[in-house]
Write a protein that binds this ligand. Sequence first.
Ligand code: GDP
Ligand code: IMO
Ligand code: MG
Length: 431
Amino acid sequence: MVFIVVGTQWGDEGKGKIIDLLTDRADMIVRYQGGNNAGHTVVVDGEEIILHLIPSGILHSEKHCVIGSGVVINPEALQSEIEFLEKKGISVDGRFYISQNAHIITPYHIQLDVIKEEFLGKESIGTTKRGVGLAYTDKMARIGIRVVDLLEDKDELREKLSHSLFEKNCLLKNAYGQEEGFDPGRIEKDLLAYTDLIDKYVADTSVIINQAIDAGKTVLFEGAQGTLLDIDYGTYPYVTSSNPIAGGACVGAGVGPTKIDSVLGVTKAYTTRVGNGPFPTEMCQYHSEEVRIKGREYGATTGRPRRCGWLDIVAVRYAVRLNGLKALIITKLDVLNDLDKILVCTGYQYKGELITEFPQSQKILKECKPVYEELPGWQEEISHLKAYAQLPSKAKAYLERIKELLQIEIAIVSVGTERNQSIILDERLLP
Ligand code: GDP
Ligand code: IMO
Ligand code: MG
């Protein structure tokens, strides 16, 4: 069975927790896009572990984990993550592979990300400053450095770096007024320090994944970021530079679309967003603060407070369509426990018209006013509940309304950070 798990909002939906939970049923977990801009949290026996690059399935000692060619890899971040896991007694050896085609995030990508964001000031994207967008820019401009480049001819690597840095140094000097440019020799030395690490894990990952699929293994694709951060379909330019949507999994892993059995969408029971950009259902400061505190809504990568909003059905309906979702996994329902009323956005009002499909024009989106339906809160603790039938009737009514509005089934409801705080509604929708 081959399942893709994607975020249906602006990221941080709880994908890490869900992937870790589903890993019990899987043999292999694959990251197919993004880089260490992701922050996927897994809580095991009260201990919080945040993974940025290595798939969240890695905590299960027998499972194989893969970083596909669509991911951008910062070797330093990779090394720290492997060491971090080793300190916890988790070895990745013999079960972790990185694609030879994946692009490398170099120190100059990170520096440029920082400089660019500062230069843009109020107009900045609010990136994670991990150099992710800049590495993808070079990939598309065909001047990127790939994993394989660190292992092959050193003269060629030096030449590629000089080529890639020429334009950047002009930009640094002329646009950002910086006299000192990047030194190819220095960067080369920095990168070559990771040759042994890369050499240990590099593989033709498309072969490995396809062999696993053909052998009847269960493979999970772990989306990073979320549908509304997709470079093509998200709230451009306030997006990330890859394709988190399900279509991105085939490209980023080297697997054909006919091999995919199902796509599951992870949806937070409300909405959050880190960074700048339009957010139609953003809550007033009072509610936002309340949800932020209860939901511990601070970025898992940058620690920034996340902007909080009500559940946006228009946005999730868009995610259902773009990803071809078979079912939803609703997370953080428990965060709404204390609220006396809960708002759900069922449409947008734009110049006197009702819009129910997510607008493609950012100008229109910015002017959309959410149309809310008000549902009563259940005002009861639910984190300890183990079955759907035990949920308060008002919580069930909230979930039923989501299903009805989106015309989609719910496979799991998550009511806490731990693996066992997960209520399975329909086994048939899961691997
Ligand atoms: P990801 O990027 O989609 O993996 O999500 P993050 O890890 O960035 O953010 C999700 C946060 O919510 C993490 O702190 C999780 O531990 C936490 N979380 C996940 N599911 C639940 C849940 O059902 N209830 C609560 N209260 N917290 C959850
Ligand atoms: P996970 O996988 C939430 C956001 C940044 C910024 C925009 C571009 O944990 O859900 P980038 O550094 O990618 O160039 O920043 O995308 N962003 C995320 N927001 N969760 C993430 O990942 C994110 N990764 C990037 O905040 O708005
Ligand atoms: Mg996250």
